[in-house]
Design a protein around this ligand. Sequence first.
Ligand code: BES
Ligand code: MN
Ligand code: ZN
Length: 483
Amino acid sequence: MQFLELEKSQFSAQKFFISYTEENEFSALLKDIDQQSQGYFSSLKNKNTAFTTAKKNIFLEIPNLAANIAVVQLNSGNINSKIAEFAKACREIAREYQLEKIAVDIDFCSDLAAKKQVLRALVDSFYSFNSYRKEAKFDLNQIQIAISTTDSATKTAIKWAKTYAEAAKFCRDLSNTPANICTPTYLAAQAKTLEKLPAVTVEILDKAAIAAEKMGGLLAVSQGSEEEPRFIAVEYRPKNAKNSRPIVLVGKGVCFDAGGISLKPAAEMDLMKYDKCGATTVLSAIYAAAQAELPLHIVALIAATENLPSGTAIKPGDIISTKSGKTVEILNTDAEGRLILADAISYSEKYQPQYLIDIATLTGACVIALGSVRAGLFTNNEELGKLLINAGEEIHDRAWNMPTDSEYGEMMKSPFADLANISGKREAGAATAAAFLQEFLPEKTAWAHLDIAGVAWKSAGEEKGSTARPLALIFNFLSNLAD
Ligand code: BES
Ligand code: MN
Ligand code: ZN
């Protein structure tokens, strides 16, 4: 997707211009155009035609105007639902008329946050995954969006959204790529491509190097698979970085989670190709930060593996050693994410992170608790929690603060090892998983964990696929820190 900046006067010459009414009032641009067409729209409104009741109205071949015009009615409630309605209408119109370019009127978004949000909504609603089909479908990724830029907030929002659009496409294409193609090795190769960006370096640890690092959690999970694990470290270190210690993002990169010996049920198991979405989020966050040349030192760490059942797979009852030295009794091989994240979290120690943020499709329990509306946020640092939650609110990629009381940690004890990998009870599954991770933090680290199991993809319907969440939240958080 491309964004073009237009002068106000250019709007009436656009082939397809999408404007709006709000509480029956024309937008300023529509008023302008109404005058240019000698009151075409106001006369329709006065005649009280369907124009005032339909959700969206399309006018083709208007006398005295070059433009075809669509008018979306934005009457319902708050700015969030207006933005959602507007983006949806734009997508439907572009599809229906096979448009390559639309001009949009986003003046109903008055502040910078709303402007960024509406552009993000357009980017997200125009995505389609076309890499693996023969039939050339109308490719919504190719569309150009023209916007009037009369103020600096709009210019700033467009700049942000251009970067978001590229990074989100990278994130979604990679997330949607199935596990027969996107193996840990492939994921590492994709990470390596980020070296084309300024100040980015990528280091890949193969199985031998992972063993040398004593990452026993990652090795244990991968031992049931023919595919080798990879550990990926991406560093973005611009010369003008403001932070003396880096922000470290850790991503869960399970390219396919069959559950291992504690095998998952067959229904919807295809969706477990999305168990790498923590990894795709942190990669695309570095992509966005480097592309935007944010003055921040940022590191992304990814533990990449598959979780499959086989004769060499880990078994319930096995006791493994993690990089930290702590041993873990595996009671359920499907609680694999926390084992690989534990090692990645330990590895982060060498960077002495200012903030350590792990992002993982960690628990079904988080989906039960929060659905697909909000990601679960667990933190040991109130300030970091607020920064993340506010960044999410601003861009409408929302998270909710979840508890980290020590009692959840108590539930992760084992009679045979330092820790068990499940609590043995179904209750509080998202919180006990977070408590497990917390056991591995380097000392005095400001940490947050985002459980994105409910938000990273849509499971069914026309929009089935990666949502690129919480990339918008993270990119907005980083952008705010950079200011
Ligand atoms: N990747 C899953 C979590 C998941 C499940 C995400 C469903 C999205 C939808 C994770 O590895 C897992 O299997 N977690 C188990 C943990 C349990 C065994 C304690 C779960 O949530 O069932
Ligand atoms: Mn699992
Ligand atoms: Zn998993």
